[in-house]
Design a binder for this molecule. Structure first.
Ligand code: SF4
Length: 330
């Protein structure tokens, strides 16, 4: 059963340099009690998708079209007041930089208490107890003492744990985690990922996990959606995607992962860079970087093709029209 349903979502921005099509006709669902990973390079639209779901984009300059339903309730066009009730309580968010999520002038406990108080009827001592219990749950040592400390007294890993704790203390049904481990060193990354999986199991939270790193989500997620230049180009269960990737971009991402047996060799990489959002190419947006690009790829955007097991890929290599048109490969 889906908890969030996104249909034909567009998030465009009017700028002096042109229209930025940050998210362009994106559709997906988040199912109850699953971890869905949105994966892609920087600038592919993952974070803007999350910010749109959370109603964080100001309109104008943002132009939002399409539909985002949370438990059937339409969020596109929702008032700020209604969003205020929803954010935190129903849909929580964890950002990449835990340090910037906390105000350096207040203790972490006071800030957590303020966030919880907005959405709860608990009194002050009850809120304090709840937050300390959550700090313990996410593995903060001496949680009671830490409650009264300031952000600068914590390591990055500890602050990220606290951010997860205070987000979960509001009992959200959905958690959107935007690159939550990117700013952390590798051992702390692994701890935070394990913690998120454990907490998801315990609280039955549905999670959208945003990352540029396919390796990070291999163990963590149930399904993966790969984004490129504002569009979702491939969707599949995690095992299916790793075993049978279809889109050339996904194959490139998988090939460029660091592997132990490649010691001393040059790491494969996807040539070129993600185009700037106001100058996406016509046709398939990946065509300037794609080793399989054909003439039709430069002219028309491929429709999604559905395979077995819910695997979906948007690429002319799998469209019948490509074969019947007799389009020649380059
Ligand atoms: Fe490559 Fe064409 Fe497929 Fe795009 S549609 S990924 S350019 S083969």
């Amino acid at each position: 059963m889906s908890i969030i349903q996104v249909e034909h979502l567009k998030s465009f921005f009017k700028t002096d340099e042109g229209i930025v099509k940050a998210v362009d006709d994106v559709s997906f669902e988040l199912r109850e009690n699953e971890i869905l990973a949105l994966v892609g390079e920087s600038g592919c639209g993952k974070s803007v998708t999350a910010q749109t779901i959370l109603g964080l984009l100001k309109s104008p300059p943002a132009m939002i079209e399409g539909s985002i339903k949370y438990h059937g309730q339409e969020l596109v066009g929702l008032s700020n007041k209604a969003y205020h009730k929803l954010r935190g309580k129903e849909i929580g968010m964890i950002f990449q930089e835990p340090m910037s999520a906390f105000d350096p002038l207040y203790t972490v406990g006071d800030q957590a208490a303020e966030a919880v108080a907005v959405h709860s009827k608990l009194n002050k001592p009850e809120i304090r107890d709840k937050i300390i219990a959550m700090f313990n749950k996410v593995g903060i040592p001496e949680a009671e003492n830490r409650y009264d400390e300031y952000p600068h007294q914590m390591s990055g890993g500890m602050l990220q744990r606290m951010l997860i704790a205070l987000t979960l203390a509001c009992d959200p049904k959905v958690l959107i985690a935007d690159e939550p481990t990117t700013a952390l060193d590798v051992t702390i990354q692994a701890q935070v990922l394990n913690l998120m999986r454990d907490l998801q199991n315990e609280f039955n939270t549905s999670i959208i996990f945003i990352t540029h790193d396919l390796g990070v989500v291999a163990e963590l997620s149930d399904r993966i959606h790969v984004m490129y230049a504002g569009k979702i180009v491939e969707k599949a269960d995690v095992v299916e995607l790793f075993d049978h990737p279809k889109h050339p971009y996904t194959k490139g991402l998988l090939a460029s992962r660091l592997k132990r047996e490649m010691k001393g060799q040059i790491l494969p990489f996807i040539k070129g860079t993600v185009p700037r959002a106001f100058e996406f190419p016509e046709g398939c947006r990946f065509h300037p970087r794609c080793p399989h690009a054909m003439e039709i790829c430069k002219q028309k955007d491929p429709d999604p093709v559905a395979f077995e097991n819910g695997h979906v890929c948007s690429c002319w290599l799998y469209l019948k029209q490509n074969k019947t048109d007799g389009v020649e490969s380059q």
